[in-house]
Design a protein around this ligand. Structure first.
Ligand code: AMP
Ligand code: GLY
Length: 422
């Protein structure tokens, strides 16, 4: 079978890697892919947002299954387009993608289907939002409605900061039309957790719960990033809590998706916070998480192609879906300066040595220049290790990290350590 993976980050490399181990898959295309995916498939120079060109490519190459990595093509309707044309694709239609594409829609959805989440108010007028700030108490959580590349959530510690945030988002249009409406949300506290479900419109299966590390530096300090590492499973989650999440959050969400007549099969990503008054949804995504995918797919025992293909047939039921009871850790190596400005083009050494040490090295921001692998993005590599215990997975991942270097590179040294304190 031929598959096309849309996207070019660490998540897509991991999806391609897992698909390359399937007994059913003989050809992998990726658009646009990256230097890591090039080792197991053919990268084609089509942007992940060029829905029409992707459709033409899939048709011309007789692709059997297209798998969408990032949210933007889902929100702009790639699944609607492929389905209209009779091409098989894994992902939700543009209505389902609203779970991620519109925070307002998602909050109203949670209200409608009685899914635990923070209290909220929606504003489409900056004067009304400013008045609400004057009447409220910090900290304020302010979210731009639309897609903002993971930067649309602003936590403001003072009234002045909140006023600036509203001005930046609604008047100065920092995120364009994504900031036409904003959500004010109750400030919540507690450990965070990512639970990913694959849903075929009828049945669902859960990947191993994981946790990512959004801040740039050790001890959860420094600016927010796309994710500096992840691990699974998450020890704060016991059986009782897991059942509560399953019943109150996952099943209510999936039956809400059915009621809203969402088409397609895809991944629902639940960004949860375990608050003193119970687990609550912070956000939904309509796709695999990055870097969560780097730790949940190595722990999936089942052939990923079977899972995704059968999901598009509304037939997850027939798949013997099984997660391993081992642990997995992914440590991201980033370019110096990230998430701010950084230099590109430095040669990376030690990838093969890290692989020899038992790690899978997933590429995110790499390129091949004159036969050398160089950094080409902020997050460069995800060094990933699986082992019987979390401690062993951590040690093995860092043994890999320590073999890799390029100028100015850095990584957090405390990925998953907090889990061991429990
Ligand atoms: P999101 O993109 O919605 O996941 O938000 C990014 C990060 O902002 C989350 O991972 C949380 O750390 C934080 N966050 C989002 N919503 C809230 C909230 N209501 N209270 C406290 N922190 C939040
Ligand atoms: N790890 C956060 C995300 O994928 O959105």
């Amino acid at each position: 079978m031929k598959v096309l993976v849309i996207g070019g980050g660490g998540r897509e490399h991991t999806i391609a890697w897992k698909l390359s181990r399937s007994q059913h898959v003989d050809t992998i295309f990726a658009a646009p892919g990256n230097a890591g995916i090039a080792g197991m498939g053919e990268c084609v120079p089509i942007g992940a947002d060029d829905n029409k060109a992707l459709l033409e490519f899939a048709r011309e190459k007789k692709v059997d299954l297209t798998v969408v990595g990032p949210e933007a093509p889902l929100v702009s309707g790639i699944v609607d387009l492929f389905r209209q044309e009779g091409l098989r694709i894994f992902g939700f239609d543009s209505k389902g993608a609203l779970l991620e594409g519109s925070k307002v829609w998602a909050k109203q959805f949670m209200e409608k289907y009685d899914i635990p989440t923070g209290d909220f108010a929606v504003f489409d007028n900056h004067c009304a939002a400013q008045n609400a700030i004057d009447a409220g108490k910090p900290p304020f959580v302010i979210k731009a409605d639309g897609l903002a590349a993971g930067k649309g959530v602003l936590i403001c510690e003072t009234i002045e900061e909140a006023r600036d945030a509203v001005e930046t988002v609604m008047q100065k249009k920092k995120f364009g039309t994504a900031g036409d409406r904003i959500v004010f949300e109750e400030f919540l506290e507690g450990p965070e957790l990512s639970v990913l479900a694959v849903f075929d419109g009828k049945d669902y299966r859960l990947f191993v719960p994981s946790q990512d590390h959004k801040r740039a530096f050790d001890g959860d300090k420094g600016p927010n990033t796309g994710g500096m590492g992840a691990y699974a499973p998450v020890p704060v989650l016991d059986h009782i809590l897991e059942e509560k999440i399953r019943i109150e959050i996952i099943e209510r969400t999936l039956s809400g998706i059915q009621s809203e007549k969402v088409e397609g099969a895809g991944v629902v990503y639940f960004g949860l916070m375990l608050t003193p008054s119970g687990p609550k949804v912070l956000e939904y995504n309509c796709r695999f998480g990055d870097p969560e995918t780097q730790v949940i797919l190595p722990l999936l025992k089942t052939d990923l192609f079977e899972v995704l293909y059968e999901a598009t047939e509304n037939n997850l039921e027939s798949v013997d879906f099984e997660n391993s009871d081992e642990a997995c850790t992914c440590v991201v190596i980033a370019s110096g300066g990230y998430p701010g400005k950084y230099e590109k083009g430095f040669e990376i050494s030690g990838i093969a040595e890290a692989e020899e040490a038992g790690c899978a090295v997933f590429h995110a921001g790499t390129a091949i220049e004159n036969g050398r692998t160089v950094n080409s993005g902020g997050r460069v590599l995800g060094v990933t290790a699986t082992a019987p215990t979390l401690r062993e997975a951590i040690d093995k991942a860092y043994a890999g990290v320590d073999r890799i270097s390029f100028e100015n590179c850095f990584s957090r040294r405390d990925i998953a350590w907090r889990a061991l304190e429990k």
